[in-house]
Design a protein around this ligand. Structure first.
Ligand SMILES: *[C@@H]1O[C@H](CO)[C@@H](O)[C@H](O)[C@H]1NC(C)=O
Ligand SMILES: *[C@@H]1O[C@H](CO)[C@@H](O)[C@H](O)[C@H]1NC(C)=O
Ligand SMILES: *[C@@H]1O[C@H](CO)[C@@H](O)[C@H](O)[C@H]1NC(C)=O
Length: 414
């Protein structure tokens, strides 16, 4: 108990310094989500047909002829032929140690890439990095979001580096890290932001929030983007945004001891709103911000929520993920349907907010949720000797390689 408190406190103290990246990762892997479930359950019902409609609309805008293929409707097929020619391996230096399941000796670490996602009505081919680099010369691509977007970014960079090793490492436009593939003048960057909106510690200052009994918490400005990516829309030609995990993270945003307090136009929103309503406001403003600040012909993706797979409790209750095979369809429903109210139920709830906010926007939706729901086998778990199992991030090489296949498939069709 005391040890846990210390971790939390030290995280808060140096929250803004770049050197706390490891702490950031470990805290994020501890994200726990049991707080807002009951209030949510009465509000939002996930319907897979509504997400399919969105998906179809999405592919219709990008390519009318592909409107019949829903890439999320499919299954994982075991295909050992993949292993003979992996797109990259555990020697890629960008892979964070905690995600390197081969070097971390996870029992199925080498087996993960043998699972291939097969949509029912079409094929999803692995992206060809050489063709990609040729086609997207002189292009800047920004991954903007939490560590799950970094997980996808690392897969992307490792894939490209395998075929084009001449890179310049730098931090374009406030990015946490970025690479320019010099032969192609193609830049890929990761902008770290947990909520998309700017936030920071807040304590009572005699204003209206104090009169309502608030003493401390986090101020979240729903209409101001985090500084880490404010310049990104004008720099990049293609962006991929995500947010989701931190909105259900009471280990940081404790509803009682350190609640999220939302501000708009510099003033506190009163009466205070719950995080799920704050998320709606942030999404609305951030989508507007990107649309206003990116060129009209720029390409905007929003990635849907990445599911977690804790079993036997949440991250802080001894939960783990020890499976070595993907889940079966019935198991997926047990894990993720709102009705069963399981440990990981937030994935589909977050998507409800995303789909609502993105409707009518110029964003394309990169819907990776359902295909990922099967992959209880693909998290680092205890690989590399962790204190708590990580059933949230993904082993690399692994699942986010397939997210990138989908991303590139969409890009190639635009
Ligand atoms: C859902 O599960 C959580 C944690 O197990 C529990 O606290 C909550 O009351 C449940 N909500 C409903 C509506 O069953
Ligand atoms: C993985 O196994 C190898 C060989 O047994 C060993 O040398 C290495 O220390 C192990 N790595 C970890 C992170 O446990
Ligand atoms: C590299 O790409 C950027 C756009 O992404 C462009 O502004 C710049 O002129 C390119 N440089 C060269 C040498 O083509």
């Amino acid at each position: 108990m005391a040890g846990k408190k210390n971790t939390k406190l030290s995280f808060y103290t140096c929250n803004t310094t770049a050197t706390t990246f490891v702490l950031f990762l470990s805290l994020l892997s501890f994200v726990s989500l049991f707080f807002f479930f009951s209030s949510f359950k009465s509000y939002y019902y996930y319907s897979s047909s509504s997400s399919k409609t969105q998906e179809e609309e999405n592919s219709q805008t990008s390519n009318p002829s592909s409107s019949l293929c829903d890439y999320n409707d499919g299954s994982w097929i075991y295909d050992p032929t993949v292993r003979s020619n992996p797109r990259y391996d555990n020697t890629c230096k960008e892979i964070f140690k905690g995600w390197n399941c081969i070097s971390g000796n996870k029992s199925n670490g080498r087996d993960l890439i043998n699972w291939r996602w097969k949509p029912n009505h079409c094929d999803l081919s692995p992206f060809n990095p050489i063709r990609f680099l040729h086609r997207f010369r002189n292009t800047n691509i920004g991954f903007i979001g939490d560590s799950l977007n970094r997980n996808m970014f690392v897969s992307f960079v490792c894939t490209l580096k395998r075929v084009s090793n001449e890179v310049k490492k730098w931090r374009p436009a406030g990015a946490d890290r970025g690479y320019t593939f010099l032969q192609y003048n193609l830049t890929v960057a990761y902008h770290r932001t947990n909520l998309l909106a700017r936030y920071g510690r807040w304590s009572a200052n005699g204003g209206v929030l104090e009169s309502l009994g608030y003493k401390q918490g986090f101020r979240v400005d729903v209409d101001i983007p985090d500084g880490t990516w404010a310049e990104a829309p004008s720099f990049h030609d293609i962006v991929i945004l995500n947010t989701g995990h931190w909105w259900w993270a009471p280990s940081k945003f404790d509803p009682v001891n350190s609640p999220m307090l939302f501000f708009e136009k510099g003033l506190p929103i009163v009466p205070p709103i719950k995080p799920e309503h704050g998320l709606d406001m942030v999404l609305k403003h951030m989508i507007m911000f990107v649309e206003k600040n990116m060129r009209a012909d720029a390409i905007r993706f929003f990635r849907t929520q990445s599911p977690r797979h804790f079993e036997g409790g949440d991250w802080d209750q001894g939960g783990s993920c020890q499976r070595v095979q993907p889940l079966l369809q019935e198991q997926v429903e047990e894990f993720f349907s709102l009705e069963s109210n399981g440990t990981n139920v937030e994935a589909r709830m977050v998507n409800q907010h995303l789909f609502k906010a993105l409707k009518g926007s110029s964003f394309r939706i990169l819907d990776i949720t359902h295909m990922s729901e099967f992959r209880a086998d693909a998290h680092p778990s205890a690989a590399g000797g962790k204190k708590h199992d990580d059933c949230m991030h993904w082993c690399l090489p692994g699942l986010t390689d397939t997210w990138n296949d989908l991303f590139i498939t969409y890009l190639n069709r635009i």
